[in-house]
Design a protein around this ligand. Sequence first.
Ligand code: CA
Length: 230
Amino acid sequence: MIYTILVIEDEPDINALLAKILRRSDYKVIQAFSGTEAQRVLAGERPDLILLDLMLPGMPGEKVLSDLRGDYRMDIPVIVISARDSLDDKVSLLKNGADDYITKPFEPEEVLARIEASLRRVGKSRVSEKELVCKNLKLCPGSRKVTLHEKELTLTAHEFDILFLLMQNPEKVYSRELLYEQVWHGGYYGENNTVNVHVSNIRKKLKEIDPSEEYIQTVYGIGFKLKETL
Ligand code: CA
């Protein structure tokens, strides 16, 4: 399934960068460089998600958002990307119908993660239903079933989501912040210990079945990754 993303951003460099990041991840991209141009696009197309800058010439992003939610009555997920990072701005935008908020400068990875999360919330997940395997550990995304040595593991929803992320990208090191954002869908991580607690619970459950094998590796100072090498 190819999803279409409308990028509304007046800075040509940033617009081009976003388009590149998205196309590389197999999204179809429509670029708009002003609010009025975006409205012209929206009159004829229905993208699956919108990335919206706030400071736009002529019509500010807030107006694009309020028209979208008001007059047009479109429930397309909107992620605001802005250099403005005050809590008040974020709260008022979220209240006015934005689904998420990314602060500039952004990391490509974060943009993609937030898009995935927003699409997932409206039932447009690109995640494959294919079974994921790591050594004797098997995870089935469709049924949300996890087995180790053919024995079923009882994981909580968050534990499952963490393991799922790690198994989807076995090479990738996930920071605690990123895991928190993706599993708990945003919010401030701060000094929170939540991710550590969940990872240690997963490890405990895995150890109960297979005490001799490590499945999740701690990467010191960064976070966690799947331990595949043996
Ligand atoms: Ca701008």
